[in-house]
Design a protein around this ligand. Structure first.
Ligand code: ZN
Ligand code: ZN
Length: 375
């Protein structure tokens, strides 16, 4: 079929997505074709745009935070059918590999093919542009009204849930919420700090709140974001820098410092680690969720305190979520009014406005921008 798609031809600081006419093959084997209702504008596509991933395939179809309706299935699809509503997950879950069977499907071995650009089923492209194959970012590609994905990348959800909100749970919400809850092992009554209150951090605030943290300090240089974190998402205090947060956390805890910290800034910096780590106390856990440059190796940490306070620095992918189990759970929390999704959407766009969406993201105007596709 013919459709349109936002393609990236070459990554770099000045790169832009261009809207192109493309063709999309039917799903093969275990694949499904999805008519997308919406795609979130996640920071990871900005990392893709400027070249953090160092991919050697072009053109590339961006977007990985989508939800929609299945309109076609391949002949080996076993657990989905036409008409099902699905959230796409940027890590597939095969259900068989060691991480999957041990409850860590966010680390599914199928993720090894995440940046191959071609179908994991047969190693060929589904999208074509001017005779060339188009790579699909993280096996998805949601900057297009239709996409074809492996059934392991699609999680069936209840049809009563609005798809434009469900889309957000495919990446930013699960990643952020999981950072503040599952990945951080948050306990009731904990004091928590969230460094960076964008699309991930705002959900880390929610994760800490739902997991039982009673004091949550939101840290971001932009006042409107920390105000929103307090007004809508459950933060109890706010600071414009980690230095300012240090005094607040010290006062709140009688200098025992925080139990948990979520590091969720747009670009993870090794130079932030030492300061962030100084905000947690004995048995403190810091979860590092940001995407850093692939070549980044620099981080300083107080090794003496690490041992003597029994602290932990943890990396977390997808908030340590198990997408197939946790995406439906998160959507139930939304239906019960516990998880806020509507409040995350700052602005909606058409596909043609995708670059404007990223300009707004970089200008600090959005918690989440969302592309809406027409019916
Ligand atoms: Zn994302
Ligand atoms: Zn697996």
């Amino acid at each position: 079929m013919a459709t349109r798609a936002a393609l990236l031809h070459k990554a770099g600081p000045d790169a832009k997505f261009t809207i192109e006419d493309v063709t999309l093959d039917p799903p093969r084997g275990p694949e499904v074709r999805v008519k997308l209702a919406a795609s979130g504008l996640c920071h990871s596509d900005e990392h893709l745009r400027y070249g953090a991933y160092d991919l050697d395939w072009s053109p590339c179809l961006g977007g990985h935070e989508g939800a929609g309706v299945i309109v076609d299935v391949g002949d080996e699809v076993t657990d989905l059918e036409v008409g099902d509503h699905v959230v796409l997950t940027f890590i597939p879950s095969c259900g068989k590999c060691p991480p999957c069977v041990s409850g860590h499907s966010n680390l599914c071995d199928m993720g090894a093919e995440l940046f191959s650009g071609v179908s994991v089923y047969d190693g060929t492209h589904r999208f074509h542009w001017q005779g060339q194959g188009v790579g699909q970012f993280v096996q998805l590609g949601t900057f297009t009204p239709y996409t074809v994905v492996h059934q392991n990348s699609a999680v069936k959800i209840d049809k009563s849930i609005p798809l434009d909100k469900a889309a957000l749970v495919g990446c930013g919400v699960a990643t952020g919420f999981g950072t503040g809850s599952w990945a951080a092992d948050t306990r009731i009554g904990d004091t928590a700090v969230v460094v960076g209150c964008g699309g991930i951090g705002m959900n880390a605030v929610q994760g800490f709140r739902v997991a039982g943290a009673t004091t949550i300090v939101a840290v971001d240089p932009l006042d409107w974001k920390t105000e929103l974190a307090v007004e809508k998402f459950g933060a109890t205090h706010r600071a414009s820098s980690m230095e300012e947060a240090r005094g607040i956390v010290s006062d709140l805890t009688h200098n025992r410092m925080a139990d948990r910290l979520a590091y969720t800034v747009g670009n993870g910096l090794g130079s932030d680690i030492e300061t962030a780590f100084s905000l947690i106390g004995k048995l403190g856990i810091m979860v590092f969720t940001s995407v850093a440059e692939a070549v980044a190796r620099d981080a300083k940490i107080d090794l003496f305190t690490l041992t003597h306070y029994q602290q932990q620095l943890r990396g977390a992918l997808y908030g340590s979520a198990n997408p197939r189990a946790d995406i439906p759970k998160l959507l139930r929390l939304y239906q019960q009014g516990i998880l806020k999704l509507d409040e995350l959407v700052t602005q909606t766009y058409t596909l043609d406005d995708v670059n404007q969406g990223y300009t707004d993201l970089l200008d600090g105007k959005n918690i989440r921008g969302v592309i809406l596709y027409e019916d």
